[in-house]
Write a protein that binds this ligand. Sequence first.
Ligand code: CUA
Length: 356
Amino acid sequence: MNKGLCNWRLFSLFGMMALLLAGCGKPFLSTLQPAGEVADMQYSLMLLSTSIMVLVIVVVAIIFVYVVIRFRRRKGEENKIPKQVEGSHKLEIIWTVIPIILLLILAVPTVSATFKLADVKAMNDKKRDKDTVVVNVRANQYWWEFEYPDYGIITSQDLVVPTNEKVYFNLIASDVKHSFWIPAVGGKMDTNTDNKNQFWLVFDQKATDKAGGVFYGKCAELCGPSHALMDFKVRPLPRTEFDAWVEKMQNAKKPVVTDPVAKQGEAIFNKSCIGCHAVTPVDKRPVQARTAPNLANFGDRERIAGILEHNEENLKKWLRDPNSVKPGNKMAGTYGHLTEEQIDALTKYLMSLKVE
Ligand code: CUA
């Protein structure tokens, strides 16, 4: 192949990779910029294991280069064979013991961190402190529900948590297996349909400020055509602001709509959408009946459908054809054709659903 062309292709490939991968280094998304106690612990383990691997590679490379140079065939010594070391007990002991030591160096902090991260005693205590924040996470194709059992409130897509303290999670799925992951804050954990997984995370206040107040959350288990679009956002707040948010959610009543267009939207909503979506954060329906995201604070959300920028245009796009935004979602096909006028009215109504 033409060498210039090949170089050019390589160059553009690396250029593309640089552009794409640069997006991974953001403080709201990157595991390499740990944003809390759990992420810190896991990051230290990553550094430790990477250092050990690099050390092994470097030592092996040095020995390899040394051997190649030292024992290469020289002029006049073509028939000379270096000293043979097969069956040397000394060498065999050395190269058995070194990996064992390296594995021990890796194992001790890993096992200790694993036990620390698995400690969810505080959340399972029957008489748990009411300040212990517990969130029931329920994953669905392709959205997230966050229920605060101690406060009696439910929200979706935007997870709100207090900063600088342990937040405990109960993880389940309602349809297929998903995986709950906030990359900057801690490793992922599966949400299963048949059992509950539990873990805790800490959201550091300084890191939250650095991330612009919002962390990105992801589904990390292939769960269908829109798996890669099953995002959520996390808004950590200082404790006092978090308490204020909880109170507002607890006291939120069914919205009083005055705008005539929004009123029209409310009527459409109450006819076609209310069977699945709720508009108050206190939702007493059993979990099986909650088949779509709770929209109580839809107007306060960070994104439309978890992925699109939060504005009226995108909401209309979503209502017009949900499948074009999230292929295979369960809302597509559940209501008949909406006219542009109806879409405008619904948009007005949905954007008026605010708690803050
Ligand atoms: Cu849910 Cu991937």
